[in-house]
Design a protein around this ligand. Sequence first.
Ligand code: UDX
Length: 446
Amino acid sequence: MGKRVLLFPLPYQGHITPMLEVAALLHSHGFSITIFHTTYNTIDSTKYPSYRFILVDDEEISSQFRSLVGGMVDRLIAWNNSCEHLFYDCLTSVLSEKNDEPIACLIRDTYWYNLQYIAKKLRVPTLVLRTNNAATLNVHMTYPQLVQKGDIPVQESELDMPVIELAPLRMRDLPCVGDCSYEVLSKLFTDFTNAIRASNGVIVNTFDVIESTEVEKFQKAIPIPVFCIGPLHKFTPLTRSSLLDEDRSCLEWLDTQTVGSVLYVSFGSLACIKFEELIEIAWGLANSGQPFIWVVRPGSILVKDEVDFPDGFIKAISSQGKIVSWAPQKEILAHPAVGSFWTHNGWNSTIEAISEGVPMICWPHFSDQMGNARYIVDVWNIGIRLEGKLERGKIERAIKRLMKEDEGAEIRQRMREMKHKASVSINSGGSSFINFGKLLNFMSSF
Ligand code: UDX
């Protein structure tokens, strides 16, 4: 007899994708899949006919937050509070159904921390899906201690000081989200960590070779099982999970480009840029002379409703580049014509680039992204960083360094080795492959 797994992703692209990948992986191993989803960023259930979807109707609360760009943390806290009773009702109703397949467990996003206690109350075992990396687990665990010690708030003069407890991070790499205060962040991270402590285990979209030290450190403090089974998108049969329509014409355009010549530029699903930055990016790309694909997501330019490119830019790049509003990113990164990725360093984008061996120009914006960039540039040496105020000259220089000079060739070589390690980890006998087997055993022990 099969078992059912219940899954509840946080309703953002960077969280829904890895959760659906876990669902697909478990489904391919005989589990029935039930997915809770919200009205905010509702998942199109018709795309997944083998799964059951249950709506947690958060319309009342999410409608108040729909237009809040800077208030991501407020939104998260409000969601957790208001979804408590909604989720309780949904879970109780699922548990009361007559069904031959027993429930194995609930897999929830790290950021649905309040829901941990509901599952516990209803005696449903829980696994936490970590959609960012293992290092960020330690950052969240340690941040409140840094506040207690007085290291946070960070003084301007100490931004480049190492964080002893979180090497290799520096003070400037610690998470910030909009203008959210450090007190609020500290409380939130405490809530995340306590809820993880109350769970049965953690699944992380990473692989042992790059993060075993971080996992060990976490487990020393919180001795619960951790299963690193990434890169998930390479391990699972699922290929599509996009909330927005992908412009697939850029794949045909890529077919016409020389191997390794194209720079792919995308800042993920949440980060926004200033209008002045848009202008600098536009001319930096044009002046570099390098072919490019640039994703300019609708609504991603702060204060502007419409994307307004500088005069003469579109004409200047007509045979050099392609601008799209949303791209099939994983396929682009896997295309042989793509030679580099200018990224905001969201964890999904980072692990997707690593899996395809594409070196990165790092331009982190918020949350875990600064920490991810630190590992990419200073630990793994698979990318370079854009520092300080964004200027077209710096952009042009960074593109040349990575795509034309010896420094770039060395980085590309290291990236090829990293790609190989990622691929080994998910193949038979590799660490993620073995960890997934352990995860299945663990789930059958509930
Ligand atoms: C943010 C965080 O920075 C990230 O670390 C966290 O885990 C989730 O929230 P986000 O801005 O969504 O992430 O970036 P990222 O984690 O990189 O995820 C973006 C996803 O959107 C990737 O899977 C990427 O392939 C996809 N994408 C992006 C597209 O499919 N098309 C695009 O045009 C752009």
